[in-house]
Design a protein around this ligand. Structure first.
Ligand SMILES: *Cc1c(COP(=O)(O)O)cnc(C)c1O
Length: 498
């Protein structure tokens, strides 16, 4: 399988190159030149397999420059029982028609682990295959979830280092503690005196500083990124869509070949794009429901064909979806425009220069034939957490609640009763303030710390606190580096001693 850029770069490259490179040299994103296809028989055969075996079947046709044993090694290092428990992606059925796909059983309690646990292993193999001799240093700017997941994923992985920058006062208490207590000899987290935009701009500036990159290369250091535009982060996400479909069959809710819907709480459009790729691979999908929060730029796009980021940025209680530029949408646009890289270049230029673009009726209708979208505001997200708890005694986090709320709107609007899987992206304990407030009433937790709230939520709902969040306030602080937004490069130099 070869990959090409969405912006027309003239070369096709193997998976190892795409994964090592992250982004294509012309600024585009790597996409497979064709989609593997899974027949109904193939899906039937996969029903009896466990998650790791299913992962091998899905990854194989995409990673043809890796042999089976290499892929198996990557899978077994990533989805082990120590890291994810017995099943990395269990399906919790609310009733015969609706299943919740729990993607937060990994070490950091959010779905980013599903990809960031395996990406480092795919990357190390890719570096070997492409003859890369330099040490790879991953630079990450995070608003919370990605940073911790990258630290955990790259911890003690040979030949790599990771430096995470987070806004000093822009992450939750738990998220900060997760990062400053991180263990591992090749990982650093640094607080930046600035907001998330400053932090992200700082990292982008380092990537764009040719003089500094050449200076680092002399010391055998090559910088790379672990964000969701890397193909190595997207491809592992296809696995859980196919696997959850097979689980619906196994549980007897559907027969192989029956169509189902997926509802995905969406920010950067990476997770739902993996669902679209599963659909292109032959997975019987009726509708992909894209759930946004108040930053509803994607809802407007799917309903009108106009992508317009010229709007105020809202800070919501589902912060991992607070995003106005959904990078992975570029891959969908490339696909629905039948690989027309000129169209894609034009739209991306317009977005950069004018802040919006319009894909026109034909492309809009094509997207609308499979996608449906709406959004949930903070108040209805809170109401949804309470309602789901009262009705099912099941606790969902704020991001998952956005998806459930939008699914309700979908059913009311369309009357569609096709069996549906709602993708759950974070443990309720990770966003415990909003969750406990929704279930117990905000007055009950008004003067409590995040750690007290963990215990209150755990006792009230009779759920154990996930290992990754337990005793976080008792762990030694291992990272105390801070910097201003203007000297992030100096910190990188200091850490790497270059
Ligand atoms: C990152 C994240 C999302 C959004 O996923 P995208 O792939 O960016 O659309 C949703 N929920 C949680 C908890 C996340 O961490």
């Amino acid at each position: 399988m070869l990959y090409r850029s969405t912006r027309g770069w003239k070369q096709n490259v193997p998976a190892s190159f795409a994964i090592k490179q992250g982004i294509a040299p012309d600024g585009g994103l790597f996409v497979p030149v064709e989609m593997p296809f899974f027949t109904e028989d193939k899906l039937k055969q996969m029903c009896k397999m466990d998650y790791s075996q299913r992962a091998l079947e899905v990854l194989k046709p995409f990673l043809t420059d890796f042999d089976d044993q290499e892929i198996k090694d990557c899978i077994s290092k990533s989805y082990s029982a120590i890291k994810f428990g017995n099943n990395p992606a269990p399906l919790h059925c609310l009733n015969e028609n609706v299943g919740i796909l729990e993607l937060w059983h990994g070490p950091t309690c959010a779905f980013k682990d599903m990809a960031l646990q395996i990406l480092p292993h795919l990357l190390v193999k890719s570096l070997q295959k492409t003859g890369e001799k330099s040490e790879t240093v991953i630079l990450v700017a995070t608003s919370g979830d990605t940073g911790k997941a990258a630290l955990e994923g790259f911890k003690d992985v040979d030949g790599t280092k990771v430096i995470v920058f987070y806004p000093q006062d822009g992450v939750s208490e738990i998220q900060k503690l997760q990062m400053i207590t991180q263990e591992g000899s090749n990982v650093w987290s640094v607080g930046v005196d600035g907001n998330f935009d400053d932090t992200q701009t700082g990292v982008k500036n380092i990537f764009g500083d040719i003089e500094f990159i050449e200076h680092a290369a002399k010391s055998n250091v090559k910088f790379s990124s672990a964000n969701s535009i890397n193909w190595g982060r997207l491809v592992p996400q296809i696995v859980y869509y196919i696997s959850s479909y097979l689980d619906m069959v196994d549980k007897g809710y559907i027969k192989t070949g029956d169509k189902i819907n997926y509802v995905v709480p969406t920010g950067n459009f990476g997770n739902i794009l993996a669902a679209y790729y599963a659909f292109k691979m032959g997975l019987p999908i009726n509708r992909l429901i894209c759930a946004s929060n108040q930053n509803n730029v994607l809802t407007d796009f799917i309903n009108t064909g106009i992508y317009d980021r010229r709007r105020p940025f809202a800070k919501t209680i589902s912060p991992s979806m607070d995003i106005l530029i959904s990078s992975n949408l570029e891959r969908l646009l490339y696909d629905v425009s039948e690989c027309n890289h000129e169209y894609v270049c034009n739209w991306m230029n317009l977005l950069k220069k004018e802040g919006y673009y319009d894909v026109g009726t034909e492309i809009k209708n094509k997207i609308y034939s499979i996608f449906w979208s709406d959004y949930s505001n903070d108040q209805s997200t809170i109401d949804t957490i309470r309602e789901v708890y009262n009705e099912y005694k099941y606790v969902i986090d704020t991001h998952t609640a956005v998806a459930v709320d939008v699914y309700d709107k979908y059913v009311i609007s369309t009357g569609d009763v096709t069996p549906t899987v709602v993708v759950s992206t974070a443990s309720p304990f990770k966003f415990n303030k909003s969750v406990a407030g929704a279930i117990l009433g905000f007055e009950k937790i008004a003067d409590k710390t995040e750690f007290e709230i963990l215990n209150i939520l755990s006792q009230h709902c009779r759920l154990s606190i996930p290992k990754g969040l337990l005793q976080l306030d008792k762990k030694p602080v291992l990272h105390n580096k801070r910097c201003s937004k203007d000297n992030m490069k100096d910190i990188v130099k200091e850490i790497l001693n270059i």
